[in-house]
Design a protein around this ligand. Structure first.
Ligand code: HSE
Length: 420
């Protein structure tokens, strides 16, 4: 095969990882696939700083047009991160008939429709395996080997930082703030952790996964999102006593007429396959009508795992005579703003007659049935911790109960959804 000429937009952590992988393993990839890869240009902000990689000076450029407007470059790999200028550059590359490979979930998610439309118009390829789950081939799996399925459910641990924090909180009985600080000190959480800990990163990933799995556009603004900042060591400890493990999950369900798309902390039964996915690992658990259930697990971040997925995409982009374009229904199904789940409700309640009756009375008033209950630290007249686990109930009904509890006698400290 004729040399496949690449342009890299960015040469930071991920771009550098791709450079290294092509340099060290490119000839083996060529032996296996017949695709010889050559990086012609790499865009950097300043030629003096490019992550210490051994990149020849003639490869480095500070002018995006050396990549986007060069007819010899067939595939553009975008590693800039963030929404802009990444999205505009990808759009321009596609407009010029170049296939684009990216790991940038934010730009992809916010500009999915225009990028897809441009790729369709010019016949160029748009590949983004690394945007969700890093090295885990989940995007490819949904679009190709699992295509003969009605995928009904996706549950993913798609953010390594939060999984690392929750794993350590559980192992050490530590509070969120303390583990976060330590993770930042170790370089395992960003100095500004908002995107990870508030669930934005997971919401972008769910928007992409949900759109592909359900063939219906799931816009990120319609994804319900709640991060891990309110989770306490107490929640995790009580949950464990009741047989649960806490994870931040990205959940997508196709309910027929509507889609559920939500990111929030979840208690999972300790024997659920996702419950044992610890540390910074990612995993996606899926249910499809013909394959039944399946879980893919691996490294969701880091330069080498991400480069693994990106080089895989580059090879597909080079080999495919016709680039795949996922089918999305013309009229997307609405994303539901209410859903059914079980709930773990942790309260500080006055240890006095009638308090339990007040709580269960309000639940009963909404038709919510209690599945388990636990009281700790009881002292007549004092405050006790009360945990209620409900049977399946509508989200909005549970929220109404929480709002109507009288804080003088019962303060709700946290509500965590429980999935099976
Ligand atoms: N910040 C992400 C994580 C990796 O912690 O998993 C990039 O998507």
């Amino acid at each position: 095969m004729k040399e496949v000429v690449l342009g890299l937009l960015g040469l930071g952590n991920i771009g550098g990882g791709v450079w290294d992988l092509i340099r060290t393993f490119g000839s083996e990839v060529e032996t296996r696939t017949g695709v010889p890869l050559r990086v012609k240009k790499a865009l950097v902000l300043d030629k003096r700083f490019h992550g210490g990689k051994d990149v020849p000076d003639e490869v480095l450029t500070t002018d995006k047009n050396d990549i986007l407007e060069d007819p010899e470059i067939q595939i553009v790999c975008e590693f800039l991160g963030g929404e802009q200028p990444a999205a505009s550059m990808m759009l321009r590359a596609l407009e010029n008939g170049k296939s684009v490979v990216t790991a940038n979930k934010m730009a992809l998610c916010l500009h999915f429709d225009e990028l897809r439309a441009m790729a369709k118009k010019t016949g160029a390829g748009l590949y983004y395996e690394a945007s969700v789950g890093g090295a885990i081939p989940i995007i490819n799996a949904i679009q190709s080997p699992l295509i003969a399925n009605h995928i009904e459910q996706i549950m993913g641990i798609v953010n390594g930082t939060t999984n690392y924090i929750l794993t350590r909180m559980a192992a050490e009985g530590a509070e969120y703030e303390d583990v976060l600080k330590d993770a930042q000190r170790l370089g395992l959480a960003e100095p500004d952790p908002t995107a990870d800990v508030e669930g934005f990163d997971a919401a972008y990933k769910l928007s992409i996964l949900g759109s592909l799995a359900f063939h219906s556009r799931v816009k990120v603004e319609n994804v319900y999102r709640e991060g891990i900042t309110k989770v306490s060591a107490e929640d995790i400890a009580f949950g464990r006593e009741m047989g649960y493990v806490l994870k931040l999950l990205a959940i997508g369900k196709d309910n027929g007429d509507t889609i559920e798309a939500r990111v929030h902390p979840v208690f999972l039964p300790a024997d659920h396959p996702l419950a044992r996915v610890d540390g910074s690992l990612n995993a996606v658990y899926l249910y499809g009508h013909s394959f039944k259930d399946m879980m893919l697990e691996g490294r969701g971040a880091g330069d080498a795992p991400t480069a693994s997925a990106i080089v895989g995409d580059i090879i597909q982009a080079a080999q495919n005579a016709v680039h795949p374009m996922p089918y999305l229904q013309e009229n997307p199904k609405p994303v539901a703003d209410d859903w059914q789940s079980k709930y773990f409700i942790r309260m500080k309640a006055k240890d006095a007659p009638g308090v339990l009756a007040e709580v269960t009375g309000l639940l009963a008033g909404e038709g919510i049935s209690v599945s388990a209950m636990m009281q700790k630290g009881a002292a007549p007249g004092g405050k006790a911790t009360l945990i209620v686990i409900t049977h399946i109930a509508p989200e909005k009904a549970v929220q109404r109960v929480v709002k109507s509890l009288n804080p003088e006698i019962c303060q709700v400290e946290n509500v965590i959804r429980v999935e099976a």
